[in-house]
Ligand binder design. Structure first.
Ligand SMILES: NC(=O)c1ccc[n+]([C@@H]2O[C@H](COP(=O)([O-])OP(=O)(O)OC[C@H]3O[C@@H](n4cnc5c(N)ncnc54)[C@H](OP(=O)(O)O)[C@@H]3O)[C@@H](O)[C@H]2O)c1
Length: 256
């Protein structure tokens, strides 16, 4: 049986929701986990609950990140990492088609460029991994098809999917595994703002154990729950029908 244990793992977005649940389960499984996010106290609370197994490293993955400083701080903790999980993410909706560039810039800054920055810092440490290195990006099922108000969030995750695909091609001769995880709805701070039906919503610990099970097998594409991902794929295949029949029922825009 494949297990994720005995590794040194860096998780961004670990102060709440999915990232926190991943950190707890991976620490329980006998890994050493470095947890990052902007908020200091939830990270230190985690580190106090898991002495010697979880270490807090406050990091902002946005343009505010000081790359050199972050690199130095992580090197004070470890000189290698086996696995990196990029779970830091934000969601802002495009209400009323304002096309306010700030919404797009903030969303891409964390969800897309945050992953690029994390990889830049992690790469030298992944090269020194003690086991076969693994780089994991948390995307979203919402990137599979055009959804209402998701112009910024969905496209930042779609850009992330392409980044990972392209990276997979360029790293095909290199000793590293990549995974792109596209979960459906998870009950976290991020989805609290949603005022629409969220079918097949999962608890963060359920989503985290599913991800850990799949990354243990080093799967590249991890889409779940299947009862949501397969219908969405089918709708993507029949996108014109989706736009003709479903879109008018789900959009909130009725006039320019
Ligand atoms: N919830 C869902 O339904 C769902 C579905 C599909 C995919 N996802 C993805 O899953 C990931 C985790 O989201 P979640 O649902 O667990 O939401 P969450 O509870 O809001 O967690 C988001 C995490 O990202 C961190 N973060 C935000 N901005 C950051 C920044 N600039 N630098 C560093 N860390 C930052 C937050 O911590 P701080 O605020 O302390 O920085 C927090 O730890 C996200 O990438 C999200 O897009 C979520």
């Amino acid at each position: 049986m494949n297990l994720v244990t005995g590794r040194c793992i860096w998780i961004t977005g670990a102060s709440s929701g999915l990232g926190k649940a991943l950190a707890e389960q991976l620490a329980d499984a006998g890994n050493f986990v470095i947890v990052s996010a902007r908020s200091y106290s939830p990270l230190t609370e985690l580190a106090l609950r898991y002495p010697g197994r979880i270490k807090a490293l406050p990091v902002d993955v946005s343009r505010n990140m000081d790359l050199k400083d972050t690199e130095n701080k992580i090197r004070e903790i470890t000189d290698y990492v086996d696995m990196v999980i990029c779970a830091a993410g934000i969601c802002e909706y495009e209400d009323n088609l304002s096309f306010n560039p700030d919404i797009y810039e903030r969303t891409f800054d964390v969800n897309f460029f945050g992953v690029v920055r994390t990889l830049k810092i992690a790469l030298p440490l992944l090269k020194k991994a003690q086991t076969r290195p693994h780089f994991i990006a948390i995307s979203s099922l919402s990137s599979c098809i055009g959804l209402p108000r998701a112009e910024a969030y969905g496209s930042s995750k779609a850009a992330l999917n392409y980044f990972m695909d392209s990276l997979r091609v360029d790293l095909s001769h290199i000793d590293i595994d990549l995974s792109v995880v596209r979960p459906g709805f998870i009950a976290t701070k991020l989805t609290k703002q949603n005022d629409f039906a969220m079918p097949l919503m999962m608890a963060p610990d359920v989503a985290a154990s599913r991800i850990i099970r799949e990354i243990a097998h080093r799967k590249y594409s991890i889409d779940f729950p299947r009862r949501l991902s397969w219908p969405l794929r089918l709708c993507r295949f029949f996108f014109s029908a989706w736009c003709a029949w479903v879109a008018p029922k789900i959009t909130r825009i009725h006039q320019w």
